[in-house]
Design a protein around this ligand. Structure first.
Ligand SMILES: [Zn+2]
Ligand SMILES: [Zn+2]
Length: 171
């Protein structure tokens, strides 16, 4: 619904090297330029003290109030562990065709920076793909493959297959 041209990326205490890697990835894979959003996220939003996790949909709803005039999509990198009803944890969340998406970096961590950054970029591209109307895809290597384990994240690429790519808007 937005006429904006920029993908907004939250900074939420995320290390700068990772932010720059994600921004570069978004320019390469989706072709859109990135702007940084310095808003603060109260840590209590969506927190379940019993599970010691944050509920993804509560965070997404909270963040859905954020709009910038030149915003096309909004992607929040969340340092917390996220869950959703029916799932012990989730890597990320977005509404199909929505404007907002989030990705938790919590379980994507690897001792190796390159692999960690790669995983985050894949999940960011996947969730943004949903906001552009893409459903899950079974084409090998396509980033829109559903992944529920790190093995599945590592098995796909950060790129969209030809069929998914045709659905994406061009900058
Ligand atoms: Zn998905
Ligand atoms: Zn695909």
């Amino acid at each position: 619904m937005s006429a904006g041209r920029f993908i907004y990326l939250t900074t939420f205490g995320t290390e700068k090297r990772l932010l720059l890697a994600v921004a570069k990835n978004l320019r390469e894979v989706l072709g859109f330029d990135v702007r940084f959003s310095h808003l603060l996220l109260p840590p209590s939003v969506g927190y379940d003290p019993r599970r010691k996790q944050h509920r993804g949909s509560a965070l997404l709803e909270h963040l859905s109030k954020v709009y910038y005039p030149d915003m096309l999509k909004f992607l929040a990198l969340i340092p917390f562990d996220l869950y959703e009803e029916g799932f012990n944890f989730i890597f990320g969340l977005a509404k199909l065709g929505g404007s907002h998406a989030l990705v938790s970096t919590y379980r994507l961590w690897s001792g190796e920076e390159r692999l960690f950054f790669e995983r985050v970029c894949k999940e960011v591209n996947h969730e943004l793909g949903h906001t552009f109307g893409l459903m899950h895809c079974k084409t090998p290597l396509c980033v829109m493959n559903f992944s529920n384990t790190l093995q599945e994240v590592d098995a796909k690429s950060r790129f969209f297959c030809e069929r998914c790519n045709k659905i994406l808007p061009k900058p």
